[in-house]
Design a protein around this ligand. Structure first.
Ligand code: PLP
Length: 402
């Protein structure tokens, strides 16, 4: 280590956009003796999780919980509802949009990819146009990412729903919320989403290894006739057994212990406060980045991600070398660069169990690392972030005093 020590001192600064730091209270909830997953204590825990998670997705319908990473829940969404050769629309918002599209191909579907420059969100008008072109109504689903984690763009799901309705098209709407759920406003039922895919390790503040499908009645009906093979992912057995608080196979018992507490913590803070906090931290980050004179990958301010900021490094600066240097000297991890922006960006995660001071630590380290790496920038971005955060609190303090 640069500090000439074999021991890392203090906490690792985990500023990747997931997995995110797990709060001590959740770690303690997970660190409990294993219980019988066919016993009464487990049924109580499972029912608490299965009911509680609905309040996070904002749905009255079942939410299926998988022992799998988010990628598994992607596959579950498609495998339960689609048949071989089905045409679907997917959007190339970035690396994750591309990976989901590649998966659809491997599963035997025919994804039609709407391309972007990786700097813009999914365009509702482009989706509407594609659906209007589909005179025989063969397209079975529209799949979009709420938050594209590789670039930091947030798509407007309510507007995409409206676009599908405006085209008068029966396609299902599938939304990946893996890096937005429990960090920014999301409404499965109200926005008419048919399958919402979620994961444990980002806004939900849990370790990786658990993922979700929230479903609509229309998706459940589609599952009755869908012909893609599925077994582990089958919604049917899950929904049937979940009714009594059990699972068809051994669930991740201790992850469920953590999930129950994560849901409690989100409601103790209040979901709207959680969303406001993420909005504030994201704005502070962007103000620092702009002051440094660096570009944000997302080129549409209306689509700025509330959970991460992807920063373009100036020409001639190897972003991966910058990340390595910052890790070596300051024990910080940023999100890696992908695809079109390989070697040209680093991503600052600001989601999950993170407060103003945590963020400022990350921004101060970033400003030091920019200097150390001789990346041209204007000093004082951290001060700008501090001023913004102070004023955001000042408003609240004044209101409290009145
Ligand atoms: C993290 C992430 C994934 C992948 O999830 P895994 O848990 O790594 O399988 C998919 N989509 C989005 C938007 C993500 O942020």
């Amino acid at each position: 280590m640069a500090q000439n020590s074999s021991r890392a001192i203090g906490r690792h600064h985990l500023h990747i956009p997931g997995p995110t730091p797990v709060p001590d209270r959740i770690l303690r909830a997970i660190d409990t003796p294993i219980i019988d997953h066919r016993g009464p204590e487990f049924a109580k825990l499972a029912k608490r999780c299965l009911e509680g998670i609905k309040t996070i997705f904002k749905t009255a319908n079942p939410v299926i919980i998988y022992t799998a990473t988010g990628t598994g829940a992607w596959e579950a969404a498609l495998a339960n509802t689609m048949s071989p050769g089905d045409r679907i629309i997917m959007v190339e918002t970035g690396q994750f949009g591309t990976l989901w599209k590649n998966m659809a191909k491997k599963l035997g579907l025919k994804p039609e990819f709407i391309h972007t420059d990786w700097r813009h969100p999914a365009d509702p008008a482009a989706i509407e146009a594609k659906l209007k072109d589909d005179k025989n109504k063969e397209i079975k689903a529209v799949c979009v990412l709420h938050n594209e984690t590789s670039t930091g763009t947030l798509s407007d799901i309510a507007a995409i729903r409206k676009a599908i309705d405006a085209a008068g098209h029966p396609a299902l709407l599938f939304v990946d919320t893996i890096s937005s759920l429990a960090s920014t406003d999301y409404r499965h039922d109200e926005w008419g989403v048919d399958v919402t895919v979620g994961g444990s390790q980002k806004g939900l503040m849990l370790p990786p290894g658990m993922s979700f499908n929230a479903v609509s009645d229309k998706a459940l009906a589609a599952a009755k006739t869908a012909k893609l093979p599925k077994s582990f992912w089958s919604w049917d057995d899950m929904i049937t057994m979940n009714k009594s608080g059990f699972f068809p196979y051994t669930p991740a018992t201790n992850m469920l212990q953590g999930l129950a507490v994560a849901i409690d913590m989100l409601h103790e803070e209040g979901l709207d406060n959680v969303f406001a906090r993420h909005g504030r931290l994201a704005e502070a980050t962007r103000r620092a980045v702009k002051h440094w004179g660096l570009d944000i990958i997302c080129a549409d301010p209306k689509a700025y991600s509330p959970t991460l900021t992807a920063v373009l490094t100036p020409d001639g600066v190897d972003a991966d070398a910058f990340r390595a240097l910052a890790l070596e000297h300051f024990n910080i991890a940023y999100g890696a660069s992908f695809g079109r922006f390989a070697g040209k960006m680093f991503r600052i995660g600001h989601l999950g169990d993170i407060n103003d001071g945590d963020l400022l630590g990350g921004l101060a380290i970033t400003e030091m690392a920019l200097s150390l790496a001789n990346v041209p920038h204007k000093k004082g971005g951290v001060q700008v972030a501090m001023d913004y955060l102070t004023s955001a609190h000042g408003g609240a303090a004044r209101r409290a005093a009145e």
